[in-house]
Design a protein around this ligand. Structure first.
Ligand code: SAH
Ligand code: SF4
Length: 347
């Protein structure tokens, strides 16, 4: 098959064999790259039109009990500035988000046991009580099935938990021994069975990643059937063991976004902050490669610099309202439009 035929087939049947996926990830000419992105946009337009959904992100704690080798929040990083937002502060951010038109609030943090299940449930249910027309997304890491069930019963709608890599050996090179690919996958299936809209995903260009790994990830995503997929480039953080590793590239990230869109036409796919960090128009280019979600930051300005997953993270100085306006301008410059709605998965 030629690349043109591969793109045509992927667009039509939303699936390709491993070898053909590998070829699409590695052998595209400039013209073929454009054809891939155009195909992804066409498929996305059939489901979501020109709409791009906004999610308001609240990064509520930089404490983490885990020690993922790639992440600036890892517990072994003594230079990380730690903070926790109080329940009231989180609710204020959510209210502010609501006023600015956000109808999805994403609560993200390191794995911080200070926020007990009881606290998380209270925060979720208070946001939902006040704003019943909003969705609440959690991104707070690996928990027991019972905990996931409790958050869901409290009103949480969605959960983001990137699997990071489906290859167990690769997983073990990115994480300390006490973490495992199997537990990560267990979490994802628990979340799905409970009834969440679930997001998995990977970093592009993480250390030791091969094209074969990415192909395995794509096949896993196809099988798992997530409602959301989070994909951004790996970016080294100066205070981690991976400080001298190379970052993932813009091109590789865009190819992968487009392929994910073609394999999972209905998926909610963010153009991530990491993508905006490696290129000034990274998020716009992400939209043009098939992404349809952006997640402006709602965290208070004084804590933003402390939530440093990787070096150079953008949008650490702005006010929430400024982020909202900036994002709107950026999306409109691509010919798409920001919509104010929950933006649920269209199954
Ligand atoms: N603690 C939660 C949520 C916060 S981390 C969790 O781990 O799920 C959210 C995501 O940030 C991770 O899934 C990872 O893919 C990404 N991330 C962490 N360090 C990164 C880095 N150095 N470069 C790019 N993305 C990174
Ligand atoms: Fe903690 Fe998440 Fe960072 Fe891992 S990726 S160290 S779990 S914040």
């Amino acid at each position: 098959m030629t690349n043109t035929e591969r793109i045509g087939k992927l667009k039509k049947v939303h699936m390709l064999g491993a070898e053909d996926l590998g070829a699409l990830l590695t052998t595209l000419s400039d013209g073929e790259e454009q054809a891939l992105c155009d195909a992804a946009c066409e498929v996305r337009r059939e489901v979501y039109g020109r709409d791009v959904y906004l999610r308001g992100l609240i990064e509520f704690s930089s404490y983490c009990r885990n020690n993922c080798l790639y992440c600036g929040l890892r517990r072994g990083n003594a230079a990380c500035q730690r903070y926790r937002l109080s329940e009231e502060e989180i609710l204020e951010c959510a209210d502010r988000g609501y006023e600015l038109g956000f109808r999805t609030i994403v609560l993200q943090s390191g794995e911080d046991p200070w926020y007990t299940d009881e606290k998380i449930c209270r925060i979720v249910s208070r946001i939902k009580e006040k704003h019943p027309d909003s969705a609440v997304t959690l991104s707070i890491g690996e928990k027991s099935r019972e905990s996931y069930q409790r958050y869901f019963d409290a009103g949480a709608d969605r959960y983001l938990l990137r699997h990071e890599t489906i290859n167990a050996e690769h997983y073990s090179r990115l994480h300390p021994e006490e973490m495992s690919r199997d537990n990560r996958v267990r979490c994802l299936y628990d979340l799905k069975e409970i009834g969440y809209q679930v997001g998995c995903g990977i970093m592009v260009g993480s250390p030791f990643q091969t094209t074969e790994h990415i192909v395995e990830d794509l096949l896993f995503m196809k099988e798992f059937g997530p409602q959301m997929v989070g994909i951004g480039p790996f970016i080294p953080h100066q205070d981690t063991p991976f400080k001298d590793e190379k970052r993932g590239t813009l091109e590789d990230t865009l190819h992968l976004l487009a392929i994910v869109r073609l394999m999972l036409p209905r998926v909610l796919l963010p153009a991530t902050t990491a993508l905006g960090t490696i290129h000034p128009r990274g998020r716009e280019l992400g939209i043009l490669a098939g992404a349809n979600v952006v997640m402006p930051n709602l965290s208070p300005s004084d804590v933003r610099e402390k939530y440093m997953l990787y070096d150079g993270k953008i949008c650490t100085g702005d006010e929430a309202a400024e982020c909202r306006r900036c994002m709107e301008r950026r999306i409109e410059s691509t010919g798409y439009r920001v919509v104010v709605s929950r933006g649920d998965f269209r199954g």
